[in-house]
Ligand binder design. Sequence first.
Ligand code: MRU
Length: 350
Amino acid sequence: VTGRGDLPAPPVTPLRWVGGWQDGSLEVLDQTLLPVEERVLVRRRANEVIEDIRRLAIRGAPLLGIAGAYAVVLAAREAIESGVGAAAFRPALKSAAARIGAARPTAVNLASGVSDVLFASEAGADPAACAGLALERARALEQRERAACESIARHGAKLLAGKGRILTHCNAGALVTPGLGTALAPIYALHHRGAKVHVWVDETRPLLQGLRLTSYELTRAGVPHTVVGDGAAPGLMRRGQVDAAIVGADRICANGDVVNKVGTYGVALACRAHGIPFYVAAPLSTFDAGTARGEDVVIEERRGDGRVYLKPGTSPDAVSTAEPAFDVTPADLVTAYLTEEGVKPGPRGK
Ligand code: MRU
């Protein structure tokens, strides 16, 4: 992928469909191994993609939607190859789609990407036509999300102009989209244009998406950044070292509540306390008009994951941990939402 004039090429490609529906496969950059190893897995079965989603080899809201969409194509091919017959094909695909859509509960994009492709496939006259339509729709979704990233980059670069010290939480960059990302997209645009930017990267406990992944892709892009412990952000703000915070989202509810990586709420509260703008960047596909407010969203609990980063001996063996993967930031802490359509003020920014 090459850059487009005012925008650079994405620093990394996390997912790629290669081939047609009959012979194609999904190439997956295994994000659990980054930054130490860049291993690309070749997936030909829907269950492999489900497992990759569960173990976070594929992660982040927009990418989950696209992976889910391609997994439906794989499921359609598997149903055809198993010889289920035309009558049983649709129920088989529907049940596979339900399993794919339920692989992780919180990001709205996964369930919506899957049901969009399933719906499009239903117009096919026979199973082969259904599989072909599913692939067409998955490709269109990928293209749409790539274009959304470019628009977010351009609108966001205007929004952040002159705010050179930017804090972000978790990873909402090229690794979670087929393009430049969401929260990181404006930063890539500004850097590409020669603006002076420096990113404070929250390490993002417990799975360290900031330390491992945001830092990995900012390094590849040559964007200056510094990783800090999650608890350091309020202190940086108090010392006047942060001009703005920008994060992605896994789901934005009808009332504007933002569901995002655990720790986001704390960043928003600290921004409010210090009069610093708090921006949420997300494509329209992450807005869920069907969910009234943050409290209605199922927050994934990742049992035991928190122990992954602890060296043996760091804690008593029997220590009990609670590991919500996400939290809810109430709409009234949001200065503005940044989407492909532009900047929409949140209650705090009005
Ligand atoms: O659990 P993850 O790594 O899939 O969570 C992803 C996030 O919360 C991202 O930071 C994000 O903002 C959503 S994806 C743009």
